[in-house]
Write a protein that binds this ligand. Structure first.
Ligand code: NAP
Length: 284
């Protein structure tokens, strides 16, 4: 089986490792604009060989795992070259733009629009992890536009990797993910910024950085090259989510300024119900 991974970083590399573990006959080819990543991926055994877009004619499966702006162009080039039996899926963190980009392509039925809800703050092939997707959700959009044979092939593969599958409309995905993922990243980046600015004046502030700060600011280590196109593509939903967050921060600040500590207590007590919500989802 010939598997092509375009973008041999964290997500593409992790998928490659899982496919090699599931299918012993798989030969994994890597395509990447970053020569160092390709070489590293081969050295680490994440992929087997370097390849080019023209080689996709022999592909059985193509995975598109590049930043979401690049993915919209790459997906057209891929669908133009593949054979009739080849399954193609992407992993991008936005879904409406890519679904729109391929809406009228003659090979639309070969394509599955996917978003694995899994990852870390690290990038590149050294960040790739075998088993990253066990117990994680893979959101699939517009499954009805994928041919039945390709639906079956993709779902079998995702289930073998340990994913649970959730189907959504692309617009709905982009709205919800703005709150559940994109807002957390902005919040973490801006928390990091606020503390870095303060640190310039008070050199020893980082000596006091406890695990609360570290865990909240973890996502601020994420790649700007991956996140800028996500915020660009999902700007409307992200701005709406951000406005809600800014309103809540301003409200909390006003309560403090007004010495209204009963209300401060109540605000936090109300949000404590997040524990129940997360427990219900099997998360701590
Ligand atoms: P990554 O580790 O940075 O890997 C992406 C790789 O693609 C890099 O080697 C990059 O090269 C290369 N690339 C960029 N544009 C390309 C192009 N036009 N053609 C060929 N290669 C190209 O990124 P990632 O975290 O795996 O993210 C990949 C995709 O997964 C994104 O669409 C993201 O939205 C999605 N995703 C990410 C996460 C996460 O937690 N990270 C979770 C779910 C989904 P350069 O180094 O030169 O840029």
């Amino acid at each position: 089986m010939n598997v092509f991974v375009i973008g041999t970083g964290l997500i593409g590399g992790s998928l490659a490792l899982d496919i090699k573990a599931i299918h012993s006959d798989a030969v994994v080819y890597g395509i990447d604009q970053n020569e160092e990543h390709i070489n590293k991926a081969i050295q680490l055994g994440v992929i087997d060989k370097k390849a080019y877009i023209e080689d996709l004619k022999i592909a059985n499966i193509v995975i598109i795992s590049v930043p979401v702006d690049a993915a919209n162009e790459v997906v057209i080039n891929v669908l133009d070259v593949i054979n009739d039996d080849c399954l193609v899926f992407d992993v991008g963190s936005t879904k409406l733009p890519i679904c729109n980009a391929i809406e009228n392509h003659k090979k639309r039925t070969n394509f599955v629009a996917a978003h694995p809800i899994a990852g870390t703050e690290f990038s590149g092939p050294t960040a790739a992890l075998k088993g990253l997707f066990v117990g994680k959700t893979n959101i699939i959009c517009e499954i009805e536009k994928t041919g039945v044979v390709f639906q079956k092939k993709a779902l079998q593969l995702f289930e073998a990797m340990g994913f649970s599958i959730r189907f959504m409309k692309p617009k709905s995905h982009d709205t919800h993910i703005a709150y559940m993922s994109h807002l957390s990243h902005i919040s973490s980046f801006m928390l990091g910024k606020t503390v870095i600015e303060k640190e310039k004046a008070e050199k020893d502030i980082f000596d006091m950085a406890g695990s609360g700060f570290e865990s909240t600011v973890r996502l601020a280590k994420s790649s700007p090259a991956m996140w800028t196109p996500i915020f660009k593509q999902n700007k409307k939903e992200v701005v709406a989510a951000l406005q809600g967050y800014i309103d809540n921060l301003s409200g909390f600040k006003s309560l403090l300024e007004a010495d209204n500590f009963d209300a401060v207590f109540e605000e936090m007590k109300n949000v404590n119900k997040i524990k129940v919500i997360l427990n219900g989802l099997g998360k701590k």
